[in-house]
Design a protein around this ligand. Structure first.
Ligand code: ADP
Ligand code: ZN
Ligand code: ZN
Length: 759
């Protein structure tokens, strides 16, 4: 009675529901009386949207304010009886939507595995076998005799008795149909016959999809003195700084330090989130961590099936969650109950930032917010910290711990700069490799050592060109030239993915003589074969490593020395630990350096240092040959001496002078329209409206480097705002300006979106 009264007073008649749509934050529905006792914030409901579409949404809040101006529809169904999004998660969603200027629906889309949004998740079941009747051990012979005309059925029946422990144990061991069939190499037909003969019965049982680690666990490795000191310094730093940056050179054993910190956190009964920039890295690391933490660790990333992700998600809500989650950026959206530590490994990596679609969030920023909500500590780790994090550490906002030695005292590889411009001028460089690189490669290969070649462009050639008139094939839908892939003999657009035939004749002059310009990983591989016909080569780029398995295969094969030379794009720069590599060749650092972006120097330095860090990880004397046309640029000289401090000093000075991050916050506003002229006009309008609010913090509009993608013309406006400006206030202004733009009749068909803290 009391309970009924209590719930009566709490009745709310309306609920705001987040729907996975890029529209407004939430939509109001009425709560039917039968649902009022059961509904709560964070639960899933089914509602009808528009004319007839049914959708699953999340309850954002309950209230009693009747919306005006339209007929409110009732919620159709309450899906769960408990929240699947916790209050802490909802708070993070809201922060993300405001900070990254997007509706909550976009955040919901990024945060939940898709079958939680369409309810298509089905638990996996297995068929189990039991004996249909009571069988006495003495009667087994009679049954086998009865089956004498089918050898297969006889063997299957005997195998079952053996597997279930029949005659040996009181409670029989459950046997699944698939195990039984595998064990006796039996057929489904024989199995069905045994069921028909009323010897077997079957039933379905729910089983999880999550892999169960069977690895024998062992103690973490003993730390070296330098690592032990770093660990102690981190612990001291955590007393005063919730966020601490571990700046440790490549191969200093940062991972070992992380493992010790994780152990400590688990001993305190708290959870750990270990973030990696890329799926690519999880393989090597999963093995390393599983050796210590076994089944206490779960892995979460987008290359897992959606059903597997749902199971991890649900397990984290349950009362026996994983203690450690190893995952990529989307794992910041998992439910945590008692998070104590977040590790952001390779914190400088741009792939922590989601580019498309919205929310264009940075997992590091979200992780820091998550840690704040949960009272957890965050350790940022990198050999080449982002200037953003390094600057905050220098200002004392983050703690800062350094690890300057490689494990076992190995020295860092020496970087030899080869001035390609001079060699070309002197006619001393014919192909794509300098003599210095060829010599180094030859020596390594004849000593049975491995080589990594880094070329940050996939395909064979950057583009084809008519040798007669200079015509270059371009994408019909994007403003870019097409990349030539020789393996498939086709042209592809790296912006929209469209594939084109190689033209027989030039459409401009009807000539047949095409040349290729520039080089991609395919061409590099060809060149290696020319100089070293015996060398076994493998390529790692998104053409060859498009699935997790393909990627793992390449890493494992190279690690077990089935190949001598690994040729790859940026993928090879990321935290991989190969013991056999003594030479790293960097073929073109200039393209990256010349990108017109305030981060290009930082990025180039990081990539060079990271790729170099793959050399000499087991034996001393690794060599890095850096071929460049900008041998005397500051950045190349700083990379040559691995002088991180000099690089940051140069960059910070420039960024302060030109008001770039970390001194300001950048928001790029994109205006997109099918019609190029309308895009120009609307972008100009938008910029004018923005200037009225933000004054000279607004730059543009400009055409971005690729001004048309998938037939949509894009214009860009940049806003540089003071760091301490409130994200909420900025959000409100942007929404007001956008609404004003949208009210213009000419605005039909325009799309406006934002990229906050662009990378
Ligand atoms: P980083 O992450 O700093 O690049 P890693 O943690 O990958 O470095 O360490 C580099 C190599 O040295 C790895 O193969 C790792 O197993 C080994 N190593 C580092 N520290 C230790 C240690 N304390 N005991 C045993 N092996 C270690
Ligand atoms: Zn031509
Ligand atoms: Zn295209």
């Amino acid at each position: 009675m009391e309970f009924v009264l209590f719930s009566y007073f709490c009745i709310m008649n309306y609920a705001d529901i987040i729907l996975p749509l890029p529209l407004q934050d939430s939509f109001t529905y009425s709560i039917p009386p039968a649902m009022q006792a059961g509904i709560g914030v964070g639960q899933r409901v089914e509602v009808s949207f528009g004319k007839s579409k049914m959708m699953i949404g999340i309850v954002l809040n309950l209230h009693d304010t009747k919306p005006t101006g339209y007929a409110v529809k009732p919620i159709c169904r309450l899906i769960d009886d408990a929240p699947i999004v916790t209050a802490s998660q909802l708070a993070l969603w809201q922060w993300a939507a405001t900070y990254y200027v997007c509706p909550l629906g976009d955040v919901m889309n990024a945060a939940l595995p898709s079958s939680l949004k369409d309810d298509s998740y089905r638990p996996r079941t297995e068929t189990y076998v039991t004996l249909a009747g009571n069988l006495e051990p003495a009667k087994v012979g009679i049954v086998l005799n009865y089956l004498r005309r089918s050898k297969r059925q006889q063997v299957m029946f005997e195998t079952y008795l053996e597997m279930s422990g029949f005659g040996r144990q009181a409670a029989l061991t459950p046997v699944s149909k698939s195990d039984l069939l595998r064990m006796c190499s039996g057929t489904s037909a024989a199995f069905t016959a045994l069921v028909d003969k009323k010897l077997f019965t079957t039933h379905e049982e729910e089983v999880g999809r999550l892999p169960i680690s069977t690895v024998e666990t062992c103690q973490p490795s003993t730390l070296s003195d330098a690592q032990q000191t770093a660990l102690e310094e981190i612990n001291i730093s955590f007393n005063t700084h919730a966020t601490t940056l571990l700046h440790g050179v490549t191969s200093s054993g940062k991972t070992e330090v992380y493992i010790h910190l994780i152990s400590q956190t688990l001993k305190e009964g708290r959870q750990v989130l270990y973030l990696l920039p890329e799926i690519a890295l999880t393989t090597q690391l999963t093995t390393r961590l599983q050796r210590v933490f076994g089944q206490r660790m779960g892995v979460y990333h987008s290359k897992f099936s959606d059903a597997e992700r749902v199971e991890v998600y649900r397990r984290q809500l349950s009362d026996h969650p994983y203690d450690i989650i190893l995952g990529v950026r989307s794992s910041v959206f998992l439910p945590f109950q008692r998070l104590g530590l977040i590790i952001i490994d390779e914190e400088h990596e741009p792939s922590y930032k989601q580019q498309d679609p919205a929310p264009r969030y940075h997992a590091r920023s979200l992780a820091l917010m998550l840690a704040r909500h949960q009272g957890a500590k965050t350790l940022l780790g990198s050999a080449t910290p982002s200037i953003d994090s390094y600057h905050l550490a220098r200002q004392g906002r983050y703690g800062y711990v350094k690890l300057t030695q490689r494990f076992r005292g190995l020295s860092l590889p020496t970087v030899e700069v080869v001035d390609v411009r001079r060699l070309k001028f002197q006619h001393r460089m014919k192909g794509i490799f300098s003599q210095q690189l060829l010599d180094a490669m030859g020596k390594a290969l004849s000593n049975g050592q491995q080589v990594i070649l880094f070329q940050n462009r996939r395909g064979y050639a950057n583009f084809l060109q008519c040798r007669t008139c200079g015509w270059v094939p371009r994408c019909d839908r994007c403003d870019v030239s097409l990349t030539y892939h020789r393996q498939h003999h086709h042209l592809s657009c790296h912006y929209c993915g469209a594939i084109y035939q190689v033209p027989d004749a030039c459409p401009q002059c009807e000539g047949h003589d095409f040349g290729d310009v520039g080089m991609g990983t395919e061409k590099v591989e060809d060149a290696v074969h020319q100089y070293f016909p015996q060398a076994r080569t493998i390529r790692m780029d998104i053409d060859t490593a498009h699935t997790r398995h393909a990627f793992e295969q390449i890493i494992n094969d190279f690690a077990s020395r089935r190949y001598d030379v690994l040729i790859g794009t940026q993928m090879v720069s990321k935290g991989l630990d190969f013991a056999g590599v003594s030479v790293v060749g960097i073929l073109d650092a200039d393209t990256m350096l010349n990108i017109p972006d305030f981060r290009s120097a930082e990025r180039t330095f990081q990539v060079i240092a990271q790729v170099s860090g793959r050399a000499g990880r087991a034996e001393d004397g690794g060599r890095v040959i850096l071929q460049t046309r900008s041998a005397d640029s500051d950045t190349i000289v700083q990379a040559q001496h691995n002088d991180y401090e000099a690089m940051t000093a140069t960059q910070l000075e420039e960024r302060q002078a030109f008001h770039y991050p970390p001194f300001t916050r950048v928001i790029n506003v994109y205006v997109r329209h099918r019609d190029a002229m309308r895009a120009d006009l609307l972008a100009a309008d938008m910029a004018r409206l923005l200037r009225a609010a933000f004054a000279d913090r607004v730059l543009g509009p400009d055409r971005p480097a690729v001004a048309r993608v998938k037939s949509m013309s894009v214009r860009k406006i940049m806003i540089k705002i003071e760091r301490n400006a409130s994200p909420r206030a900025v959000y409100d202004i942007l929404m007001k300006v956008q609404n004003r733009l949208m009210q213009q009749p000419s605005a039909s068909g325009v799309q406006v979106y934002y990229d906050v803290d662009p990378m």
